[in-house]
Design a protein around this ligand. Structure first.
Ligand SMILES: [Zn+2]
Length: 70
């Protein structure tokens, strides 16, 4: 698995130089923990409604996220 970078703003994990989630270029290779938020039954479902982790990390889109970004 290629080393992913974590967005410092929304914690989204990506291979690119810009976060595809929030368009931030503030990415970090130093993070701990990976969280995968799965899509709900409807793509419009807000994961924060059904997932405690999504709620705590304030994730509103399914995808891979870092638990902690340094
Ligand atoms: Zn981001």
């Amino acid at each position: 698995m290629a080393k992913l970078k974590a967005c410092r703003d929304c914690h989204y994990l990506t291979n690119e130089t810009q976060c595809p989630n929030c368009k931030s270029t503030s990415l970090s290779t130093s993070y701990t923990g990976i969280v995968v938020i799965l899509p709900g039954r409807s793509p419009k479902d807000d994961p924060r409604k059904t997932s405690y982790i999504a709620e705590r990390l304030n994730i509103d889109k399914p995808g891979k996220y870092a638990l902690k970004v340094r």
